[in-house]
Design a protein. Structure first.
Length: 385
């Protein structure tokens, strides 16, 4: 590229956001025009002073006021709340918005960015899980690209390049199996927060690390893949690949399988989304097949890790049920991280919320947010027990 690409990063202080800024540091033709995060004032201040964005947003109003005071000597405008996130998403100078905020809070800003004609580098699963029917339709209307940043979805996207005329037979979505692969329910009873936060291969945020251990994250990825690649849930197969070397695969009608392989480094899919279709040099380790020696495969264990089975069920039913799965999982994971529930209670809460919900087909954004609130209120009331 011979021109400067202006990008906005929603979720700049999180794992994906900070790695995106590493990619920016390694390239001279990316300019950060807006940053948004939750409430990490100190890190946001450092990012503002290094990257000089036009706009910085902290969702927490008190944190935003503190940031405003700290960076009063700069030209960066500071905003807060959902209005701030939406303004960042619509930033006129941005060519692309990378959405890496955690949770359903990402839906409205993503819609705002698409309506403003911005290409989307998507690292927020909940956007498509809960509102895929709205997002994909709107992106098509606006002629906007949605480029996946999740390693698995990026791998699928890369494996589809040059094959637009050939129908896909199946998507093979790989999964490391998490830190508890091979354990039974008896062994899972006394899992501590510290145990669940030790992912064997990937460095991620706390919530997604717990989701990876329960396989809820893989369930969310199945639902996301349905919308990203316009396939049925039944045409997506989850394959456990413990070494995290094959990031995902696509099987075509003739039986040929195209896979994307590499080291477990999130900067690769981030950079690919930012520069698509160009591939740039990326510093870091390279895959050494001699040292790797073997790649193994297994079926996922949905008996001891039922969150994946529940997610697939929600994805097949569709409507507002994926929102309930996601909301219940978010609530349960937060409770587990706060040490208020046991590890095995997470899927139990998800199942109870799904069984309690009356599904709405083709929900509006407002109905999606109502379903989210309903699931959280049901679980917090204790009526699910």
């Amino acid at each position: 590229m011979s021109f400067i690409k202006n990008i906005g990063i929603l979720g700049s202080t999180g794992s994906i956001g900070t790695q995106t800024l590493e990619v920016v540091r390694n390239n001279g033709d990316l300019r950060v025009v807006c940053l948004a995060a939750g409430k990490n004032v100190t890190l946001m201040e450092q990012q503002v002073r290094e990257f000089h964005p036009l706009l910085a947003v902290l969702y927490d109003e008190t944190a935003a006021e503190e940031l405003k005071s700290r960076i009063a000597d700069t030209d960066t405008k500071v905003l807060s709340g959902m209005e701030g996130l939406i303004e960042a998403a619509r930033e006129p100078s941005a060519d692309m918005i990378l959405t890496a905020v955690v949770g359903m809070i990402g839906i409205r800003p993503t819609i705002a960015a698409i309506e403003a004609g911005k290409d989307i580098a998507l690292a927020n699963k909940e956007t498509l899980v809960c509102a895929g029917h709205i997002i994909t339709r709107l992106a098509a209307e606006k002629g906007v690209k949605i480029l996946p940043v999740d390693s698995e979805h990026s791998a699928i996207f890369q494996s589809l390049q040059g094959e637009s005329m050939n129908p896909v037979h199946k998507i093979l979505l790989t999964c490391s199996g998490g830190p508890f692969r091979g354990k039974n329910r008896e062994e899972l009873k006394n899992i501590r927060v510290e145990d669940a936060l030790k992912h064997p291969n990937w460095a991620m945020g706390r919530k997604i690390t717990i989701d990876s251990s329960t396989l809820a994250n893989k369930g969310l990825e199945v639902m996301e893949a349905k919308w990203l690649f316009d396939v049925d849930i039944d045409d997506i197969q989850v394959v456990v690949q413990p070494q995290s070397v094959i990031h995902s695969m696509v099987e075509y009608e003739d039986g040929a399988i195209i896979a994307q392989l590499g080291t477990p480094d999130m900067k690769l899919p981030i950079q690919y989304a930012l520069y698509y279709p160009e591939r740039r040099f990326l510093p870091g380790d390279r895959l050494d097949f001699a040292k790797l020696a073997k790649i193994t495969f297994e079926d996922p264990d949905t008996e001891n890790f039922p969150a994946l089975r529940l997610a697939i069920s929600a994805g097949k039913r569709g409507g507002s049920l994926p929102t309930v799965f996601n909301s219940a999982n978010e609530y349960a994971v937060a409770q587990f991280l706060d040490r208020k529930i046991s590890y095995l209670t997470i899927p139990e809460m998800i199942r109870a919320a799904m069984e309690h919900h009356t599904v709405k087909d083709d929900p509006t954004v407002e109905e999606i947010l109502e379903a989210e609130k309903e699931a959280e209120e049901f679980l917090s009331s204790g009526k699910w027990e």
